[in-house]
Design a binder for this molecule. Structure first.
Ligand code: SF4
Length: 266
């Protein structure tokens, strides 16, 4: 008798998975294992074989960067913009809207804040979603400690672009309209806001195509090799627990990547 035909379920991925894969595929494997352990879920062993050969760079194709709009200063909000979504799991999000312009979508309150795209097999939680006057919904990711100075030199901001594009797709799926762009807001809580800035990352056909290609690329990668480098390993959380035998540097904290880039620029 023939087995029933069922479509294979694609490997579940999050915007955060894509960001870690873009840095180091093995970090993605270890971070997912750490997360499963923390959540009390069954552990999936990393795919990475024991005799893996480390790489110099992640194999992930870089995202399109053609039309980023980089803005210094405070985020521009129109009086017609309202807040329709907030990640309830984040404590330190900026208060950008007065109470009368907070109209949270009831589907994502009471602890249900994960946005799911079943077609692409991805799920995640942007920090905020802003509904603009014309009805478009735009995800916003807040980076509290990533100072804006040197934006153009900081290759690390490519990671933020990866995350923003994946979150745009989630917002498109859930709110039913393609966002024209995603926003990454770089705060400066410690410096009184002097070095704030924000970037609009366009989300069009090219970005959506790129996302589909890299999701397939990640899923087809049976090796998920390590990319040992100071720029990666110093801020790699599995490295903080001594989980990686390929580490090229000691763990220096979650913001090491920015400090590393700043020291290179000095
Ligand atoms: S310590 Fe370095 S090589 Fe190892 S998983 Fe982390 S980033 Fe990759």
């Amino acid at each position: 008798m023939l087995a029933p035909l069922t479509a294979p379920v694609p490997e579940h991925l999050t915007p955060h998975d894509l960001v870690t894969y873009f840095r180091c595929p093995y970090e993605m494997e270890l971070a997912r294992e750490q997360h499963a352990r923390a959540m009390g879920r069954p552990l999936l062993s990393p795919r990475t074989p024991l005799d893996v050969v480390p790489l110099r760079h992640s194999p992930m194709f870089a995202p399109p960067l053609g039309h980023l709009e980089v803005n210094e200063g405070r985020l521009d909000l129109s009086e017609h913009d309202v807040l329709v979504y907030e990640d309830a799991g984040e404590d330190d999000l900026p208060v950008l809207f007065p109470p009368e312009r907070v109209r949270l979508d009831a589907r994502f309150t009471n602890g249900h804040s994960t946005l799911i795209d079943a077609e692409l097999g991805i799920a995640g939680r942007p920090d905020l979603v802003i509904q603009q006057g014309d009805g478009a919904c735009v995800p916003l990711e807040y980076k509290e400690t990533h100072l804006f100075v040197g934006y153009h030199e900081a290759h690390g901001r490519l990671f933020d672009t990866v995350q923003a594009i994946a979150e745009c797709r989630l917002v498109h799926t859930v709110f039913g309209r393609r966002p024209p762009y995603g926003i990454v807001l770089y705060g400066d809580a410690a410096g009184g806001g002097e070095r704030e800035g924000w970037v609009q990352i366009p989300y069009g056909d090219a970005e959506e195509r790129w996302l589909k290609v890299v999701l397939a690329q990640v899923r087809e990668d049976t090796v998920r090799a390590p990319v040992p480098a100071e720029r990666n390993c110093g801020s790699c959380e599995p490295n903080a627990e001594g989980l990686c035998r390929f580490a090229a540097a000691r763990y220096e904290g979650p913001h090491h990547h920015q400090s590393f880039l700043a020291s290179r620029r000095a």
